[in-house]
Design a protein around this ligand. Structure first.
Ligand SMILES: [Zn+2]
Length: 143
């Protein structure tokens, strides 16, 4: 058995063979904790954004000169919230996938996603290859 790590392939474990049921169970708990942590971070962040927004309201809204910059930052806040909501949805989805045992496999091609990639992006549902494919497609579809 050779341990030839193919360069360019970022999957930590190329296939599922080396991962036992027991280990997968442990990983499920690990990743569940990771996702809970991500979720807590988003709530903390949202709380902070809200506080900052209220500060802007009281201090600067009266000043017409600064009106444009306030609008801009409120716009940013809104976008941030949208992003947070989307991320929260993804986290819920990932937690469900964990429960179902689907979490470890690519949604598109059923390939083993790999712990390393999942650790870096716990809400991903795609293997790196499908992700890159999709990003290329999305990029070419933008306008
Ligand atoms: Zn895939």
């Amino acid at each position: 058995m050779t341990s030839d790590l193919q360069t360019g392939d970022t999957r930590e474990e190329a296939d599922f063979e080396g991962v036992g049921e027991e280990q997968l169970k442990m990983r499920t708990e690990e990743f569940q904790a990771l996702l809970f942590e991500e979720r807590a971070k988003i709530f903390q962040n949202a709380q902070r954004t809200l506080t900052e927004e209220m500060t802007i309201d009281s201090d600067e809204l009266a000043d017409d000169i600064d009106r444009a910059s306030v609008d801009q930052s409120q716009n940013l806040t809104f976008r941030l919230r949208r992003r947070e909501r989307m991320l929260l949805d993804k986290i819920e989805q990932s937690l469900q996938r964990l429960q179902m045992g689907d979490y470890w496999w690519c949604d598109e091609c059923d390939a083993w996603i790999g712990f390393r990639r999942l650790r870096a992006r716990p809400v991903t549902t795609l293997c790196i290859i499908c992700k890159e494919k999709r990003e290329r497609k999305e990029r070419s579809q933008v306008r």
